[in-house]
Design a protein around this ligand. Structure first.
Ligand code: GLA
Length: 707
């Protein structure tokens, strides 16, 4: 007997068919179906029988959790073997589905092997986010060695033949690559023990899909550990996507009577391009994930890293804090270099107490000075790490992740602490607790600058357990200090995922503060991450990492569209730049509520300008940023197509000053633009809005209000 289950939410429908003999098929994941849709008809239209050279009872290409016991020749969703080497050719003998809290619960059981999988497929009622996980239970008498388990195995529609995947490296995150799904498998594995510079997301969609049009499904694994993302095209052309944790051989052994649950995987469908994915994903992160400590308005930060590096001491920081407050900074974050014996990156990780030479009176005087200037105080830590050159390592040389008898290769001179061990976690939590109890610290930047290798604990492969231990450590700090905000950083953007965004108020998407790089990084990290959860700091010019120069106006405007901060020494800025930065900090404060609660979109004009817009949910107001890294091909430049306008309404358009230097010099009809102009929504929608000057490295703000 076949039973159909359907759930709706956020303008999306999920429908599954459950054949109690053991087959659960995807019937629909996409736009909302009419309430009375005949799901059996929809199922039948997608079902085909045996063909030449297929099993006589071919497994459906739409199975939500295929295994190889039935003649499924694609990659199985779950795979393993029993301890004594006995076969585990899993074939579901029964399937049951049920509904609970907008979730379809699926129970698949292999009676012969006594293995069971419980899938949870929830469609978020407001945002339409599909949230999936799998729990595998071993009811046999032998331990089961898990080789692979998908958090989601999603059969794909025929139109989803293009893949947008992301490449990345240090300071080069979020580089999109678009290609046709190859025959066989496209696969991306990360084994670094973090989400990885390439992230854990990809998109499948129509060949013509863009930010503004086309059908797309964005997929994401919400976990900061080793994982595999894949799209498989079977010989008959059917495709499926799968995302799940990745284990080393022997790493996961499920004892008799025990279970193992995957992290959550997410899928967002849009029929109108990537911007609608962002609308739904941002709403999901805002409403369901971001911790309570994440409060609006997001204060303007100054982070000391690119201002003074390791050279932090009481006098320097107090002076820097004065310069920061003078330009409007609201939170002063002391980065690396403050703890005992930390002169450079060669020592002291693990010794989380203030350096007695740099801070003879502890951190108290610096924090008092910061607070006296009206700012709150934040501090950098890297709790999962230890330098061999540290008191912690000297006292506990066996606390680092290592393989007995093997060398202990370092990365950035450091080792990973074995935080899968409760005693190690407790010790680090105790040190952090003492810091947070002694000092009024409102924010910690939690960094992670190494890969886990060799990923071994107590003689067993353990990357997943070490990652989980780090997350538990973070959770225990949060539980003891719920008001303290945490920023997740891993050499820049190597730890950006929904698992982290349920713990951290923001991520640091890249160590590159080069504003031209940031156009790409913030556009693509921002596909799923809302702007207020993305650190965006104004860096120096020339940029310390890329060497590229850019005017302050351009750098500051790129930062305004994330969680704005400053990553340079304001004391070293020419007065005109300092003034320009201060004006933009003020502009950010004026617009941040709109920027951080509105509907964010990205687009690229026909002549190459990147356009970011935040439109108030009621449509009455929007702030648009238009950024050019290169010269416009034509003048006036290609018109900006504003979204979210009502053709029947009238809008006032203003270009908030200051203006790009080129406009001030060259624009003869400046007067036309200096006071607000009003236009019909229909006209704006039809003609778009041309901007007066399109020089390289110019950035315009456009403030739109319904009148
Ligand atoms: C990493 C981070 C930087 C900075 C340094 C400090 O590289 O990504 O932002 O905090 O560590 O050592």
């Amino acid at each position: 007997m076949v039973e159909y289950q359907r759930i709706d939410g956020g303008g999306r429908t999920l429908a599954l068919a459950c054949d109690q003999a053991g087959e659960v098929r995807l019937v629909h994941f996409g736009p909302a179906l009419p309430p009375n849709t005949n799901l059996a008809d929809l199922d039948a239209l997608q079902t085909s029988g045996p063909r030449e050279s297929t099993p006589d009872a071919p497994p459906s290409a739409r199975l939500v959790y295929p295994t190889d016991g039935f003649g499924w020749m694609g990659t199985p969703a779950v795979e393993g073997c029993f301890e004594d080497g006995l076969e585990a050719a899993i074939g579901w003998s029964s399937a049951r589905t049920g509904l609970q809290d907008n979730t379809i619960l699926i129970e698949l059981v292999d009676n012969r092997l006594r293995l069971a999988v419980a899938l949870s497929w929830r469609l978020d009622s407001d945002t339409g986010a599909l949230v999936c996980s799998a729990r595998i239970t071993n009811n046999a008498s032998q331990p089961f060695h898990l080789a692979r388990v998908a958090a989601i195995h999603l059969p794909l529609p025929d139109w989803a033949g293009d893949i947008i995947a992301f490449d990345g490296d240090w300071a080069k995150e979020a580089r999109p690559h678009r290609f046709r799904a190859p025959p066989g498998i496209w696969k991306q594995t990360d084994r670094t023990g973090r989400t990885g510079f390439r992230g854990s997301s990809f998109v499948v969609g129509d060949a013509g899909a863009t930010f503004d049009q086309g059908r797309v499904i964005a997929l994401h694994l919400g976990w900061s550990g080793p994982h595999t993302l894949a799209v498989e095209t079977l010989p008959d052309g059917q495709r499926c996507a799968s995302l799940g944790p990745r284990f080393a051989p022997g790493e996961v052994v499920i004892a008799p009577g025990s279970s193992r649950t995957t992290p959550n995987a997410y899928a967002f469908y849009s029929g109108e391009g990537l911007n609608t994915v962002s609308t739904h994903a941002h709403a999901y992160v805002r409403e369901r994930l971001l911790p309570a400590a994440s409060r609006l308005p997001r204060p303007v930060h100054l982070n000391t890293w690119e201002a003074v590096g390791f050279d932090v001491d009481e006098a320097t920081l107090i002076e820097l804090a004065g310069a920061a407050a003078a330009i409007g900074v609201e939170r002063f974050v002391v980065d690396d270099g403050w703890f005992s014996g930390r002169a450079n990156d060669g020592s002291a990780l693990g010794d989380w107490r203030p350096d007695p030479t740099k801070f003879p009176n502890g951190l108290g005087p610096v924090i008092a000075a910061v607070q006296a200037r009206g700012m709150s105080f934040g501090l950098w830590v890297e709790p999962e790490m230890v330098n061999p050159e540290s008191d912690l390592y000297r006292r506990h040389p066996d606390w680092c992740v290592h393989a007995e008898g093997a060398a202990r290769p370092t990365m950035r001179n450091q080792l990973w602490l074995d935080v899968s061990r409760p005693d190690v976690r407790d010790h680090i939590a105790g040190m952090l607790d003492s810091l947070l109890t002694t000092y009024p610290i409102s924010y910690i930047k939690w960094d992670c600058n190494r890969f886990i290798f060799p990923a071994v604990s107590d003689g067993r492969p353990a990357a997943g357990a070490i990652v989980e231990g780090g997350l538990e450590l973070m959770d225990s700090v949060r539980a003891r200090h719920p008001a303290v905000e945490i920023e997740a950083c891993a050499s820049g953007g190597a730890r950006v995922d929904f698992g982290l965004l349920s713990r951290a108020v923001r991520v640091w998407p890249s160590d590159s503060t080069d504003a031209v790089d940031r156009l790409r990084i913030q556009s693509w990290t921002g596909l799923l991450t809302p702007p207020e959860a993305m650190g965006a700091h104004v860096g120096a010019s020339p940029n310390p990492i890329t060497g590229r120069s850019a005017p302050m106006l351009f750098r500051a405007r790129v930062s305004m569209f994330g969680h704005m901060g400053v990553e340079l020494d304001p004391r070293k800025l020419p007065a005109t730049d300092r003034e320009m930065l201060a004006r933009h900090i003020a502009l950010y404060k004026q617009f941040r509520t709109l920027l951080h609660s509105g509907v964010r979109s990205t687009s690229v004009t026909t002549d190459g300008a990147v356009v970011w817009a935040s439109c108030a949910r009621d449509g009455v107001e929007q702030l648009v940023g238009v950024f050019r890294d290169d010269e416009a091909a034509s003048l006036p430049s290609a018109p900006i197509r504003l979204r979210g306008l009502d053709p029947e309404a009238r809008y006032s358009i203003e270009l908030p000053p200051p203006w790009p230097e080129a406009a001030r010099r060259r624009l003869t009809d400046a007067a036309t633009w200096t006071s607000p102009r009003t236009f019909d929504g229909a006209v704006l929608l039809n003609a778009g809005l041309p901007l007066p000057v399109g020089d390289p490295l110019t950035a315009w703000l456009v403030h739109v209000r319904r009148v």
